[in-house]
Write a protein that binds this ligand. Structure first.
Ligand code: ADE
Length: 226
């Protein structure tokens, strides 16, 4: 998979891809991340990427021209499955969206800033608008990093244990069951005995039951979804 990220602050997006699972995915050649500084697509001496909004009002708006230049150049080189705009008024990111995007060949992610982008960018180029939650960030970059992480870890071969992404919270609209590791007793606090019983069918049944009970208690809304 190839992900092209368009941003005015590429520095924010460097470190998430320079450690741990995402770095390994890049090193293994399972994903390519290309950061594009929007200022490189300006034509004026000031490298201007934003301007005052028509009709007045506080806050700058990202201009269409550099964005058009960048997206058009990318699209002239390959086909893209989606051109995503990170914005608080997009659809909230969930596991289903991450699953579906992880099947893409190429995606573009545009990070908004200030008051956002000129509406014509959204109308003409954007195929999907994604928010990472009902709060406002200073820009779309951290949201883009979250989105990339949620997608990349689902690409086959990225996680060491191929099955582990499938047992994550939300994968079946259920939270994950509790997990334990050694020691089996610590300060008198014991691990549920079923987990050390060696009875694999019973352990699986216990996990499914715990996942359901946990979801019912903490996120009953997930059970209403389907
Ligand atoms: N940009 C600003 N706030 C955002 C959010 N909540 N999600 C995605 N992009 C954003």
């Amino acid at each position: 998979m190839r992900i092209d990220i368009i941003t005015v602050v590429p520095d924010i997006l460097k470190s998430p891809f320079e450690a741990s699972i995402l770095q390994r995915a890049i090193e293994k050649g399972l994903v390519e991340i290309h950061l594009h500084n929007l200022r490189d697509y300006t034509t004026d001496n000031y490298k201007q990427i934003d301007d005052y909004q028509f009709g007045g009002g506080a806050g700058m708006v990202m201009m269409i021209e550099p964005i058009d230049k960048c997206i058009s150049e990318l699209k002239s080189e390959r086909e893209y499955n989606e051109v995503i705009y990170m914005t608080p008024d997009g659809a909230t990111l969930n596991q289903k969206t991450a699953n579906s995007l992880s099947l893409s060949e190429n995606i573009i992610i545009l990070c908004g800033h200030y008051k956002g982008v000129d509406q014509r960018v959204r109308d003409q180029f954007i195929t999907k608008e994604i928010s990472i939650g009902d709060y406002v960030l200073s820009g779309g970059e951290l949201g883009a990093a979250v989105l990339c992480d949620s997608i990349i870890r689902l690409i086959p071969g990225v996680l060491g244990n191929e099955t582990s992404a499938l047992t994550d919270s939300f994968q079946d609209n259920l939270l994950a069951p509790p997990v334990y590791t050694r020691p089996s007793e610590y300060k008198g606090w014991e691990v549920p005995s079923i987990l050390t019983s060696g009875n694999l069918p019973k352990i699986e049944e216990w996990r499914e039951n715990q996942a359901y009970e946990r979801t019912k208690k903490l996120r009953p809304d997930l059970l209403d979804d389907e």
